[in-house]
Design a protein around this ligand. Sequence first.
Ligand code: KG4
Ligand code: ZN
Length: 331
Amino acid sequence: MILLGIETSCDDTATAVVRDGRHVLSNVSTNQDEFHAKYGGIVPEIASRRHAALLSAAVDDALGRASLSLADIDGIAVTAGPGLIGSLVVGVAAAKALAFAANKPLYAVNHLHGHIFAAFLDTEREPVYPFLTLLVSGGHSQLVAVESPTDLTVIGKTRDDAAGEAFDKTARLLDLPFPGGPALEALARDGNPRAVAFPRYTPEPGALDLSFSGLKTSVRTFLENDGGKTARADVAASFQAAVVDVLIDRVSRALDARDYRTIVLSGGVAANTALADAFRALGAKRGIDAIVPERRFCTDNAAMIAAAAERRGAAARVDALALTANPNLPF
Ligand code: KG4
Ligand code: ZN
């Protein structure tokens, strides 16, 4: 099956063509960073206007790069939520119109499922069910037990900020430019991760909750009291080490509680090299397969949406005219 994927849940206008939920024939994404940077964060109204301006050409671009036309496509997969309502509406409206006009089946995809099934894209190593996913993005941080493509259970999640949100907020404290996560990682590269002992959130034994708001507050308090004595790179590296430690500890706990043969890292924060390295090291230590998707499939993209639609099959298929965007779509 060849699916056209459309993803506009946040600030990336993304389209892709994917064969059999695995082979990426094209994957196009236009980020809007230049339009949001001066505000220090994503402005929803700007995001939806940019999607409206770019999406039609982005669909043509994805099809053109795959050397296909709409008639060659077996269906259209679109992110139905969660995300920014104005952004989602643009993608959903476009997908409905294309599906209706070309008489193609429509597949509604939960954005978070998309991140998880990114692990199957352009890789030789197929995750073995059941597998465990650590899903860390700008809006979500959770551990998910994936029993099958349609049976996914959240077994742990953050009590407050998402990991990506913690990176973005801490980047602001360090006067780094938007988007904060990659900028903080770049600064941390020259720093000492043991320079500052920031707190690691540790719930009661066995619990799989995450929390990052205390860490963020402790970075703010540290910077206020430090008066610029500690190098910013050291602060960044120490913050990053604390986030990585907490995330890896929670994956370890989940592995203590149940045997999985595969663990998968997903979501935009999976683009972080320190986290990816620690995740692979944990897999090696436990003697299990640790999969980190290619960076271009970790951050928001449309290939992952097509992959999730294909894997979930009939469970994702919807009536083209009935689909509505849902900013709070449940997992
Ligand atoms: O999955 P994603 O592209 O969008 C959401 O669904 O939220 O994730 C974006 C998040 C942002 O918070 C961004 O700062 C973070 O992922 N991120 C990173 C890195 N690249 C992106 N965080 C840390 N290190 C990175 N290299
Ligand atoms: Zn995302």
